[in-house]
Design a protein around this ligand. Structure first.
Ligand SMILES: [Ca+2]
Length: 571
């Protein structure tokens, strides 16, 4: 429906039907608060959208401009339709650190509106305002804006970029990052939608990966009244605990390093390739097809034994063995962060072919642009500034390695649960979904949430997400009626790895929300240009079904073509 169609719809009707239509329109206008109706505020053209014309509490419009359609992008996801771009801030204020803060936002309103709203989740430590094109994540397909969605996104309440995490010195900036940016922007953006098109959106969706996946899970818990459907991809919903694991991992990797070595030196690519090949040797065939993919994740965890399945070097490592120090460190990483009482501080990690993926290496061992793991580059500062209470503002001149090595699992890790009179919410309070295992509000309003997670994710453990999903089901056996989990074998963080990581969950979610079709399986393809796909020699046409957990993809009896999803069944 276009703007002009929305305004002139009544002209399509005649006689008594027209009268009934007008009565319905007027009743609807009352229900939605009179927006655009005869008694409500006038509809706003793009150039008329301003701070004063909207008059939304705390909301400032810095610019509202008409943007012409882009049709020459390299991929469909780069293109967008003609739309109105509104940029501004919410809740401008000065933090307790004396710095200016606000929730920066962007709302894009397509000329041809499909009647729906899409919130695009952020990522990492936020701090930047991504273009609100409505990314559908693991797909180069048409973005949500091009499908006619009105799309909103925010900077998470600070605009200092991804590398400056000093916003953690301000308690409100922590809350904005944790939940309040989504909670504040969503209703405000919907008011902008209503003032533009004359009515509230028919359906509202949220999609995000990583910290954006955490945003989705938090929204499903805190703001379930605002969303009909959500996609939480590779969610870091226990992010402060995962941050503890980032410190732990670096400590273990460094325990196997010789003097002068860094994690990337102590664990060269040849070592991780050896690990992947030994895991595959034990686990690939457990799902019935030797294809470089481990669909039978659960059987693999007991089948593979690092101590006995990888040769221990008697001389220097040459890619065919590991030193005992390497094996000890890797076992501790995969067992998960522990304190000195051997209590788990986060989660274990699944053995999976994704351990040799480029994304795994980037996060856990070698960021490439820095000689350190990205877990150190981003994980030291965010741990000290944002997740520790009170913040300890660590010196990061060495890239964060010293901080990570000094981090104490007995005395520092518990600070993610700590609060003070000034920092009145702990990191676990402001970052995680309250009562994550009971999605009662989402359930009662008929909302749906799709969660998916790469089994080879090196940042947020798929085991943590599986444990969450099992807990939700244990608390409510009807949970699959409103939330489903899809595991992606081999996939690293959000994408990449030896995996079928190209799929689009938005139409799947739309079908569930709007037509009641609960997803059983979703066809996924390889990204033919992914280096891990190329290195494995997989055909560019390979597809697989992703299966609703706990089902897994199994080759149909008698099928011979193991490259096509249609020959697999979820069971
Ligand atoms: Ca297999």
């Amino acid at each position: 429906m276009t703007l002009s169609h929305a305004r002139s719809g009544a002209t399509r009707h005649h006689g008594w039907r027209r009268l009934v239509f007008l009565l319905l329109v007027s009743a609807t206008a009352v229900i939605v608060g009179g927006c655009g109706g005869a008694d409500g505020p006038p509809l706003l053209a793009c150039n008329a959208i301003s701070t004063s014309s909207l008059a939304i509490s705390g909301l400032k419009v810095n610019s509202s401009t008409s943007v012409a359609a882009k049709t020459d992008g390299a991929a469909a996801s780069d293109n967008y339709p003609a739309h109105c771009l509104v940029q501004g801030t919410l809740n401008e204020r000065t933090g307790i650190d004396g710095k200016p803060y606000a929730i920066g936002y962007e709302v894009r309103l397509p000329t041809a509106w499909n009647g729906k709203f899409f919130y695009q989740g952020g990522g990492g430590t936020d701090g930047v305002l991504p273009p609100a094109l409505g990314s559908v994540l693991n797909s180069t397909q048409t973005n949500a804006l091009s499908q006619g969605y009105a799309v909103a996104t925010s900077d998470g309440g600070h605009n200092t970029g991804q590398s400056d995490v000093s916003f953690g010195l301000d308690p409100q900036a922590r809350k904005d990052y944790g939940y309040n940016a989504v909670g504040t922007l969503t209703p405000a953006a919907k008011q902008i939608v209503a003032r533009t098109y004359g009515r509230a959106p028919d359906h509202s969706y949220f999609m995000g990966c990583s910290n954006g996946g955490r945003d989705a899970m938090v929204a499903a818990s805190r703001f379930a009244d605002q969303f009909d459907g959500l996609v939480a991809a590779d969610p870091g919903f226990n992010l402060p605990k995962a941050a503890v694991a980032e410190q732990w991992d670096t400590q273990q990797f460094m325990s196997a390093a010789s003097p002068g070595q860094l994690p990337k030196d102590a664990f060269p690519s040849s070592t991780m390739k050896l690990l992947a090949s030994r895991i595959l040797a034990k686990c690939d065939a457990l799902d019935g097809v030797v294809d470089g993919m481990i669909n039978n994740r659960s059987a693999c965890q007991s089948a593979f034994n690092l101590a006995t399945d990888v040769p221990t070097c008697t001389a220097a490592p040459d890619g065919s063995c590991m030193t005992q120090a390497q094996k000890t460190a890797l076992q501790k990483v995969f067992d998960g962060a522990k304190n000195s009482a051997n209590e788990s501080l986060y989660a274990s990690w699944p053995w999976d072919a994704g351990v040799a993926g480029a994304g795994w290496r980037f996060w856990k061992l070698d960021a490439g642009f820095a000689p350190l793991p990205f877990n150190t580059v981003i994980g030291a500062g965010s741990m000290g500034y944002v997740f520790t209470t009170p913040p300890d503002a660590p010196n990061l001149a060495d890239g964060g390695l010293g901080y990570q090595l000094r981090f104490n699992m007995d005395t520092d890790a518990p600070k993610i649960f700590q609060k003070t009179s000034v920092f009145d919410q702990s990191a676990m309070d402001f970052m995680t979904p309250p009562d994550a295992t009971h999605l009662t509000s989402l359930k009662s309003r008929g909302g749906k949430m799709i969660v998916y997670h790469g089994i080879g994710d090196p940042v947020f453990s798929a085991n943590d997400t599986i444990a969450w999903y099992n807990a939700v089901n244990a608390a409510d056996s009807s949970a699959p009626n409103y939330t489903r989990l899809f595991l992606v074998p081999g996939m690293n963080h959000c994408s990449g790895g030896p995996a079928t990581d190209r799929f689009n969950m938005l139409p799947v979610l739309e079908s569930w929300v709007e037509r009641g079709v609960a997803p059983e399986s979703v066809v996924a393809a390889v990204n033919p240009s992914d280096p891990d796909v190329v290195a494995n020699g997989w055909p560019a046409s390979r597809t697989r079904p992703l299966c609703a957990y706990p089902k897994q993809a199994i080759l149909k009896p008698g099928a011979t073509n193991a490259e096509s999803a249609e020959n697999f069944v979820c069971q």
